[in-house]
Design a protein around this ligand. Structure first.
Ligand code: KIV
Ligand code: ZN
Length: 523
């Protein structure tokens, strides 16, 4: 009775998924995936098609040895050689499944198999019972099931069960069916096959019309209790039902589908990334559950709603699928509320309304031009707004000479105007940039952490204008300085000085002037 409401998850990423053109996986990669799937709670892992190649045989063998909870499974056509090879690969596991299949649709029987329905019927008896002698866990599939005559399907299913199959899988091999038809197929089998209570019905839906998940869910609502699926929905042509989607649909709409799976959903994101890395198939940004944008909001209206109550625009939590947090992506559709919230998360809790307004205006202009707005861009915008508020810079670069090249240690000679006083210094360093930053430190003693030093070429060619970004941190406050020059070293000095000037202004907001003067004097 307890199993009645349990839906078994049968993963075929390494068999049907690997059949996607270009998705082949190495032995080590398959073992790594199998370990993650075991941890994820997949009930049955179809690890390959052992007769297909020595590589597949080796992978199924290795996987059958490493799984702790999941049941390993291998695929075999209706051929004793196939079934034997499958057994040889799986026999190391204490429990394993042999999955054997044959086409039952008129089209496949005539054109692919060149067999009559009677011959196919006989073949079921022979091969399912052959597999049953090797294991008590046999699955039988009627390939192209959804284009099979229903009366014939009922007869073949009854025979497969009589011959020893414990799982009957109904593939929508070409992704042709729609949910109402799939429901009807499962209902018919449950009503017409006399021994159907001795087997579990399974779905195996392809996604040619984008209906694989919908058909699989229709199947379990009608009485099937196993779903065959793949991570990220990979598989032949348009792929299979995506494991993460069926599992999260069952979990999220448990009111309509009161079933449970053994999947630890917090590992879904990890499994998706692994499969994507191994196959080299990127996950589309808007992919349900595991896409980069699945828990990201850019629209101002949505961000505002999310900040008030996350249920307004999220039906499941990112944490439930292993994503750290919702991201409110800053872009041209973002509103003031989200912008302010972002500023707080970046450590700007005490800005005046004028500064926020000024920075928000600049942010909207930038967002119109730039695809990705990074935290550094926002910090730079706010800091520029702060600088506008307080025009005078404490430190100004007056001159810079750099000695670089092989042999000698690199050296910088620098003159700075520090609060109206001209000061000079000379320093050697581990490279010219290090020498420059040491000069600045000598002339304006300070103690900050350099978090980022980045050079971008703005134009092409050796005369390119370089933009340098420097991010520094002091007591939890961060500033970003940016400067452009055809001389990268001058740009580096100015970017660092700019970040420092902004830090001085930030300090001034919280620290008394005397403290500032003490820092200038190096006390
Ligand atoms: O799509 C299909 O019919 C299959 C079978 C081998 C189960 O992958
Ligand atoms: Zn398939």
């Amino acid at each position: 009775m307890a199993d009645k409401d349990r839906v078994f998850i049968f993963d075929t990423t390494m068999r049907d998924g690997e059949q996607s053109p270009g998705a082949s996986m190495s032995l080590e990669e398959k073992i790594q995936i199998a370990r993650v799937f075991d941890e994820l709670g997949v009930d049955i892992i179809e690890a390959g098609f052992p007769i297909a190649s020595p590589g597949d045989f080796e992978a199924v063998t290795a996987i059958s040895k490493v799984l702790k909870k999941s049941i390993p499974c291998g695929l075999a056509r209706h051929s004793k050689k196939d079934i034997d090879r499958c057994f040889e690969a799986l026999k190391h596991a204490s429990r394993f499944r042999i999955h054997t299949f044959i086409s039952t649709s008129p089209l496949h029987m005539k054109h692919k198999l060149n067999k009559t329905p009677e011959q196919v019927y006989e073949s079921i008896k022979e091969h399912v019972s052959y597999a049953r002698n090797l294991t008590d866990d046999v699955e039988w599939s009627c390939e192209d099931g959804t284009r099979t005559d229903m009366d014939y399907m009922c007869k073949t299913v009854e025979l497969a069960i009589k011959s020893g199959a414990k799982t009957i899988n109904i593939p929508d091999t070409v992704g042709y069916t729609v949910p109402s038809e799939f429901t009807k197929i499962i209902n018919t089998l449950l009503n017409k096959v006399p021994n159907i209570d001795q087997a579990i019905l399974s779905t195996h839906c392809h996604n040619d019309l984008g209906l694989a998940v919908a058909n699989s869910l229709a199947g379990i609502q009608a009485g099937a209790r196993q779903i065959e699926c793949t991570i990220n929905g990979i598989g032949e042509r348009a792929g299979n039902a995506a494991l993460e989607e069926v599992v999260m649909a069952i979990r999220t709409r448990n009111d309509l589908m009161p079933f449970e799976t053994g999947i630890n959903t917090t590992l879904l994101s990890k499994a998706s990334k692994l499969v994507s890395n191994v196959t080299g198939f990127p996950v589309q940004y808007n992919k349900a559950i595991v896409g980069k944008n699945a828990f990201a909001h850019e629209s101002g209206i949505h961000q505002d709603g999310m900040l008030k109550n996350r249920n307004t625009y999220e039906i499941m939590t990112p944490e439930s699928v292993g994503v750290k947090q919702t991201s409110l992506v800053m872009g041209k559709h973002s509103g003031r509320h989200a912008f302010k919230d972002k500023l707080i998360s970046l450590g700007y809790a005490d800005l005046t309304d004028d500064v926020i307004e000024n920075a928000f205006g600049k942010f909207k202009v930038l967002a119109d031009k730039k695809k990705h707005i990074y935290d550094e861009d926002i910090i730079a915008l706010v800091d520029d707004s702060l600088v506008l508020d307080n025009k005078a810079n404490t430190i100004v670069l007056k001159s810079l000479k750099v000695f670089a090249g092989t042999g000698e240690p690199q050296k910088a000679e620098m003159k700075l105007d520090v609060s109206g006083e001209i000061k000079s210094a000379s320093e050697t360093g581990d490279g010219p940039v290090d020498a420059i930053f040491k000069c600045i430190k000598n002339l304006y003693p300070h103690d900050v952490n350099l978090q980022l030093y980045q050079v971008h070429a703005v134009t092409e060619g050796t005369d390119a204008q370089a933009t340098v970004s420097v991010r520094i941190e002091e007591n939890g406050k961060t500033t970003v300085g940016q400067a452009a020059d055809t001389d990268t070293l001058v740009a580096s000095a100015n970017a660092y000085i700019s970040a420092l000037n902004k830090m001085i202004l930030k300090r001034g907001k919280t620290a008394p002037m005397e403290q500032e003067n003490q820092k200038v004097r190096g006390i």
